[in-house]
Design a protein around this ligand. Structure first.
Ligand SMILES: Cc1cc2nc3c(=O)[nH]c(=O)nc-3n(C[C@H](O)[C@H](O)[C@H](O)COP(=O)(O)OP(=O)(O)OC[C@H]3O[C@@H](n4cnc5c(N)ncnc54)[C@H](O)[C@@H]3O)c2cc1C
Length: 460
C-alpha cells in the first residue's frame, strides 16, 4: 500500500498530495540549503482528522513534519527524508473572540494577518506582528515562539498564549485550552509546546491574548552617524516615558537593497545616512508627543535627519523600508542569515567587536545588520558579493558563526533570538545550552513523543 492509499483510509483523496511540485512546495520553508523530499502531504480539516493521522503514523512508525506558512528561516518545517507533512492550510477557523477576557481562539492554520483583521473588526488588536504576517500561520508562530516588531511592548508569542490544544503520542489530545489570564494549578504545559518547533506534538487550536487598540500611533524615521548613538536614544525615550510600541534599526546598505529591489519604495530623505531608527509610539492624547521628542533630539544634535509619518500611506511607506529588507537582501547573492540577541545595554559594545572579527578574518564578506534593536535582537546577514561556490561560502559562514557564538556567549546573549534552531542551527545549540539542558530537553521529548516521530532531527 502506498502513502496515498494509506491516508485514503482516513482522508478524502483531494486532501492528499503527492505530485512532485506539491512535495517540493510543502516540503520546505524559506531556507534554501536543505533539499525537501517528503513522502506525502495531508490536509486535515479537524482536530479529529489530525488525531487519526497521528495515530496512523504512530502505528506505522512514519515520521511527521507539521507545516504552517513555511516562512521559517531555520529549516524547521523542511521534510528532507520521506516524512508525512501535515499542512494546516485547510484548518483556519476563528472559534471565538472574547473581548471581556481579552482572548481569541483559533485553529492552527489561521494566517496571522487574517487574525489581525478579524480582531480589529471587533475593535481590539492582535499584538503579534511581523513582515511574514500575510503567510505565517498561528501554529507556526507558536511553534517558533515568534517575536517581531512589537515585542518591546507586548512580548514574544510565549507571552500571548493562554491555551493550546495539542495532539501528542499516539493521537492523544491535551486540552490545555483556557482563556484564563491566571492559572497556577501545577506546571504550565502550554509553555513546553511554544517554541518547540513541532518536535513535541501537533498544535490544533490556540487561545491568544488580544489587547485594546493603541489610542494614537505615531511613527518617525530618524538617522544617526554612529551605531553607538542608537541605544542612548532608546534610553532617552524610556526615561521620557514614551509608550514605545516599536524601536527598529537598519543601515544604509539595508535601505539601498530595498530601494534597488522594491520599486514601490523610495528614500524619504535627499541623502543616505549610515544608520536609520524607526520609532513608533502610542502618543495617547498628545498628537505632538513623538514630534516633540524628535525636535529635542535634533536641538541636541543627536540625530542627523528625521521625518514623521503623517497619514496612513506614509506610515506604510516608512514601515515598508524596514519590512522589505529581509526579502530584498536575498536578491543580493549568497546570504547566510543569523538572528542573534545580546542584552540591549551591551549592543553598542558587541557590534563593533563583531565588526572587528569580520574585518580581521572574513574581509571578503559584507555583513548587513537590521532588526529589533529595541529588544536586543539583530539579524546579522553575511553576504558574499564575489559569487563564490555556495558550499565553500556556507562552510566559511558556519566557521564565522562559531566565532560569533563564542563572542555572543561572552555577552550573555543568544545564538537564536526568534528564528529557532530547526535543521540549520543545530550545530550552534551547544554554544547556548549545556549538556544537562539538552539531556533534559530530550527527556521531555520522550514524554510526549516516545517513538520520536514528531519532526525528527530538528533542534537536536
Ligand atoms: C519576510 C519575513 C520576515 C520575518 N520576520 C520575523 C520576525 O520579525 N520575527 C520572527 O520571529 N520571525 C520572523 N520570520 C520567520 C517566520 O515568519 C516565523 O518563524 C513564523 O513564526 C513561522 O510561521 P510559519 O507558519 O511560516 O511556520 P513554518 O515555517 O511553516 O514552521 C515553523 C515551525 O513550526 C512548526 N509548526 C507549524 N505548524 C505547526 C503546528 N500546527 N503544530 C506544531 N508545529 C507546527 C513547523 O514544524 C516548524 O518547526 C520572518 C520570515 C519572513 C519570510
Amino acid at each position: 500500500m502506498n502513502y496515498r492509499q494509506l491516508f485514503q483510509t482516513i482522508l478524502p483523496d483531494e486532501r492528499i498530495a503527492d505530485e512532485p511540485d506539491q512535495l517540493t512546495e510543502y516540503g520546505k520553508d524559506r531556507t534554501k540549503v536543505i533539499q525537501p523530499d517528503p513522502a506525502v502531504i495531508v490536509f486535515p480539516k479537524t482536530t479529529e482528522e489530525v488525531q487519526s493521522i497521528v495515530r496512523l503514523c504512530y502505528e506505522r512508525q512514519i515520521p511527521i513534519v507539521p507545516s504552517g506558512g513555511r516562512t521559517g528561516y531555520a529549516g524547521a518545517a523542511v521534510a528532507p527524508d520521506k516524512e508525512v507533512v501535515i499542512s494546516f492550510d485547510k484548518m483556519h477557523r476563528l472559534v471565538n473572540i472574547d473581548i471581556e477576557s481579552g482572548s481569541v481562539e483559533v485553529e492552527s492554520g489561521m494566517i496571522l494577518e487574517n487574525l489581525q483583521q478579524l480582531v480589529a473588526e471587533q475593535g481590539m488588536m492582535m499584538p503579534l506582528d511581523f513582515a511574514a504576517r500575510g503567510s505565517c500561520q498561528i501554529g507556526g508562530c507558536i511553534s517558533t515562539n515568534a517575536g517581531g516588531l512589537k515585542v518591546l511592548k507586548y512580548g514574544m508569542t510565549r507571552n500571548l498564549v493562554l491555551g493550546l490544544e495539542v495532539i501528542i503520542k499516539n493521537g492523544e489530545i491535551l486540552q490545555l485550552n483556557s482563556n484564563l489570564q491566571k492559572n497556577n494549578a501545577g506546571y504550565d504545559l502550554n509553555q513546553l509546546f511554544i517554541g518547540a518547533e513541532g518536535t513535541l506534538g501537533i498544535i490544533t487550536k490556540a487561545i491568544l491574548k488580544i489587547v485594546p487598540k493603541p489610542r494614537q500611533l505615531q511613527l518617525a524615521l530618524i538617522t544617526v552617524n554612529q551605531f553607538n548613538e542608537i541605544i542612548p536614544i532608546l534610553r532617552e525615550a524610556k526615561l521620557q516615558s514614551l509608550d514605545i510600541t516599536a524601536f527598529e534599526f537598519f543601515t544604509k546598505d539595508g535601505l539601498s537593497a530595498v530601494l534597488a529591489h522594491m520599486p514601490s519604495c523610495r528614500n524619504p530623505f535627499d541623502a543616505f545616512y549610515p544608520y536609520y531608527i524607526l520609532i513608533e509610539i502610542d502618543g495617547g492624547d498628545n498628537s505632538d508627543r513623538l514630534m516633540n521628542f524628535i525636535e529635542t533630539l535634533a536641538e541636541q544634535e543627536r540625530i542627523t535627519d528625521g521625518t514623521i509619518a503623517s497619514g496612513s500611506q506614509q506610515f506604510r511607506d516608512l514601515w515598508g523600508l524596514r519590512e522589505n529588507i529581509s526579502e530584498s537582501i536575498s536578491m543580493l547573492g549568497n546570504v547566510h542569515k543569523n538572528d542573534i540577541a545580546v542584552p540591549v545595554s551591551s549592543m553598542s559594545r558587541f557590534i563593533p567587536e563583531f565588526e572587528l572579527l569580520v574585518r580581521d578574518h572574513y574581509a571578503q564578506f559584507n555583513v548587513l545588520y537590521f532588526g529589533h534593536i529595541g529588544d536586543g535582537n539583530i539579524h546579522v546577514n553575511v553576504i558574499d558579493p564575489s559569487g563564490m561556490d555556495i558550499n565553500q561560502f556556507e562552510s566559511m559562514a558556519r566557521e564565522l558563526d562559531e566565532k560569533m557564538c563564542r563572542l555572543i556567549g561572552l555577552y550573555g546573549g543568544s545564538i537564536s533570538a526568534e528564528h529557532g534552531i530547526g535543521l540549520l542551527k543545530k550545530h550552534l545549540l551547544p554554544f547556548q545550552r549545556d549538556l544537562l539542558q539538552i539531556e533534559t530537553m530530550k527527556i521531555i521529548k520522550e514524554c510526549f513523543d516516545p517513538k520520536g516521530l514528531f519532526n525528527p532531527g530538528k533542534i537536536f
